[in-house]
Design a protein around this ligand. Structure first.
Ligand code: ARG
Length: 405
């Protein structure tokens, strides 16, 4: 394996990825490091991040605006799939990785780099997601992973960076490892490593605590078209604006915090704190509308496939035939998922108050009612139950006969 001369590094502006710049040059003999920072709506100032990369020795510092594809091509499919890893985590970080990887590959091809690099450590999921995605999209590219190999603690990495003029982070005292994008935040490390420790309020940034959430509840209505949320409270919103609004509404009322023990791809359990207010709210509303508009058997199979989809996205298998095949199934179901869901937001809760679908509701009042309009044929139940219960009665009869003998 020859040496890489020109490398495109996935860059966040944090310590690890900044230290990667001099490290790649000095320890790996790379001549030119070009950084690529993805704007995923994390709200960071990207201009200072660009300068930071240059100051750390990058020859070029690029920024890609990925917000729209992130929401339209990754978040919305996840909502349609009701994607929750292990039934709880809505994949806010995991969904961003295949998009960053494919942009990194595009940039590498454009600038004719012979390798890409990332600053993921060797015990996380993100390394798996990047490496697998890059290998699928561009097998010809080498992937350099300095942070997986250097074996430095955070303090040592900071000290290494200081030698090359990389300033120690202002928040040196902040012990947390944070990942952030428009879908939410993930917070790890520090005191959170003790699973019994209550997360300190300072770790949260986009959701209110229950104490600070408004005393007055707020009722909202979310409109879906073919499984996509398209309006909140009657206001049509493009996907990015809709996610922002959902984040604000749910976050204000303290809905969308998670504190979970999660099973990582590399086999360890980790304690994860998330704030994903909008995404969790929209998935909840979407599930509710599906319960009204999809048949019982489709719902049952879809639930199983949702689990598969969430698992493979978590495990870095976005660019696979199974993922696209599952999306094909979901897409076919979603043309029926049209309608409105009404929700009350209050003190950390999102309570479903009602759901309706003018075109696709499978709820038949004449079948469900206990009133005078009831059209269900009660007598037909008898014959149905006779046949339904036949195997049970035969089984019981045989068992009883054995006991007597
Ligand atoms: N455990 C989450 C996941 O695997 C969050 C990872 C956060 N990544 C990070 N580099 N801080 O999706």
């Amino acid at each position: 394996m020859g040496r890489a001369t020109k490398v495109v590094l996935a860059y966040s502006g944090g310590v690890d990825t900044s230290v990667c710049i001099p490290y790649l040059k000095k320890e790996y003999g790379v001549e030119e490091v070009i950084t690529f920072a993805a704007d995923l709506g994390q709200g960071d100032e990207l201009e200072p991040i660009r300068h930071k990369a240059i100051a750390a020795g990058a020859s070029e510092s690029l920024v890609g605006d990925l917000i729209k594809p992130f929401i339209e091509d990754f978040a919305f499919p996840a909502i349609r799939a009701n994607a929750l890893y292990e039934g709880r985590y809505p994949l806010s970080t995991a969904l961003a990785r295949p998009l960053i990887a494919s942009s990194l590959v595009d940039v590498a091809r454009k600038v004719k780099a012979d390798a890409v690099a990332h600053g993921c450590t060797g015990k996380g999921n993100d390394q798996v997601r990047f490496d697998v995605a890059i290998a699928s999209l561009a097998p010809e590219l080498k992937v350099l992973t300095p942070a997986r190999e250097w074996g430095m603690s955070r303090e040592e990495a900071i000290a290494y960076g200081e030698q090359f003029g990389i300033p120690a982070p202002v928040s040196k005292k902040s012990p947390y490892s944070i990942d952030l994008n428009l879908l939410g935040r993930s917070i790890e490390a520090g005191s959170l490593e003790d699973p019994m420790q209550t997360p300190p309020e300072e770790v949260f940034a986009i959701t209110s605590s229950i104490d600070n959430a408004p005393d007055k509840p707020q009722e909202i209505e979310i409109l879906f078209d073919a499984g996509n949320p398209i309006a909140i409270d009657g206001e049509s919103l493009d996907p990015v604006a809709l996610i922002r609004k959902a984040n604000l509404l749910a976050g204000t009322h303290g809905f969308g915090r998670l504190d979970i023990i999660e099973n990582r791809v590399v086999g360890i359990k980790s304690r994860e704190i998330y704030e994903t207010p909008g995404l969790l709210l929209l998935i909840k509303a979407h599930q509710e509308l599906e319960s009204l508009t999809l048949s019982a058997d489709v719902l049952r199979i879809k639930h199983q496939l949702e689990r598969e989809w969430s698992d493979l996205v978590y495990k870095g298998l976005w660019f696979t035939s199974l993922r696209t095949a599952l999306d094909g199934f979901f897409e076919r179901t979603q043309s029926h998922v049209n309608g409105l869901v009404r929700i009350r937001l209050h003190k950390g809760n999102a309570i479903i108050l009602g759901r309706s679908s003018i075109t696709n509701s499978l709820y038949r009042p004449s079948m469900a009612t206990y009133g005078l309009d009831d059209q269900f044929d009660h007598k037909a139940a008898e014959g149905f139950i006779y046949i339904w219960g036949l195997p049970s009665r035969i089984w019981a009869a045989v068992k009883n006969a054995q006991k007597i003998n």
